[in-house]
Every structure is written in structure tokens, then in C-alpha cells.
Design a protein around this ligand. Sequence first.
Ligand SMILES: [Fe+2]
Length: 253
Amino acid sequence: MFDFLFKKRDLLPLPYKRELHCHIIPGVDDGSRQMSDSLDYMLSLQRHGVERVIFTPHHTSPRYMNTPEIIQPLFDKLKEECQHKGLTILPENYSFEYRVDETFLEMMQKGKCGEPTCALRPLYGKYILIEGSFSHPIPAFDEVIDRLLSDGWYLILAHPERYLYYAGSKGRFYHHLQERQVEFQCNILSFAGYYGEVSKKMAYWMLEQGYVNFLGSDLHTYHHTYMLDDFLRSKDYASIYDSLCDSISNDQL
Ligand SMILES: [Fe+2]
């Protein structure tokens, strides 16, 4: 008689079919630990409507010095296992979530986008996914941006809503970067408050401004899959679903 009290709200899909920020390659960073976890994470994304995945293991010096030589065989194996398990979701490509640090700057100087000496691997076409430190702003970020743009890259800044040191700038940092053609990839769980109230507020503000250019799960763990399940059933998500669909370009890359 009181069934309606316990009935779960309908699950809405993710607002994109291409995932472009996740840590599902097994054993290479603080994401998936093993292949069986990776397959579970892929199934979770598939259930939420994702059809293609671009993997972005961390590239952070000195902790995660991932290279294509390390990732390629794991990517191939994961692709094979997905097929073997009958998953329809497609491992499309892999790149890296590049922390803008000393090592990144050295790699950046090896060659421009598309040159044979280029050491950076694009996310898609000419796009690369970069991130800053969570504790302090990127030194000389404007100069780094100028150099990357002049080298032919299109820039996507990962989870800008999580850099709390910019939260007090009344949006100036974000306006400034968008004017400089840096695009933003927000994390879906920021809208759920997973990273705290400040990041949540910033994510909603960015959505209002039209600054959520891409969205990603930044999926690392089982806990993230449970959080995602809950959030995609929530009233809050239903209220921003259309707006997210209109804002993001994950599927138009
Ligand atoms: Fe990430």
C-alpha cells in the first residue's frame, strides 16, 4: 500500500554518449585496480547510455609517468575483454589527463601538434585534456596556454570547478580562460556535491554561464558508480538534464 514511498525515481541517462574523462585502464593510476573492476565500470557507463569511451589515465610527475607504451597493451586487452563479455560500449581511444607540471612543459617543447616529434597524445583530433594542481594555481598559466594554442592544440581544462583557489575570484578566472579559448570539462558528480559545496556551487554557476563545454564522469572507483546511480535518479539531476544536454559537446568532437 505504501509502495510509492519506496519506488525509486526513474533513472535518466547521462547527457552524453562519449565519455572523455575516466580512469578505467587497470592498474596504472588511482583508478581501476584490475581488469574485472574495469569491466564493471564499463558496464556501469553502458547502463547510463554511454556508447564510446576515451580513457584518460593520469600523467602526473613523478607519481604517474604513464606513456602510450604502457597504456596501449592494456587498452587492447580491455577492448578484447569488452567484446568477449558482450558489452556494446566501445573503447574508442586513450589519451592522458595531463597535469601541467615540469614534465608536461618539457613534453610540450618536443614538438607541435601533429609533428613527428610531438610527445603529447591528443584526446581527439587536436584536443588535449589538461589539469591543474588542487593546491595552487598553475604558474605562468597564460604563457603555457599561449604556447599550446600556438602549437595548434585545442585545450580542455579538466574539472575547473574543483580548483578552490579560484572560487573567490568572482568568476574572473573562468571568464578569462573562456575568452582565451580554453574549454571546460566539468565532472558530473560536482553537481551532486560529491567534491563539496564550493565545487557544487561553481558547477551550477558555470552551467548558468554556458561554460560547461564538456562533461565527464572522472570515474575512478566503485563508489563513483554508486554515486552516479543515485545522482541520475535525483530531482536535482532531472532539473539540469536539458540544460546539460544543450551545453556540452562530448558527442560533437
Ligand atoms: Fe581525472
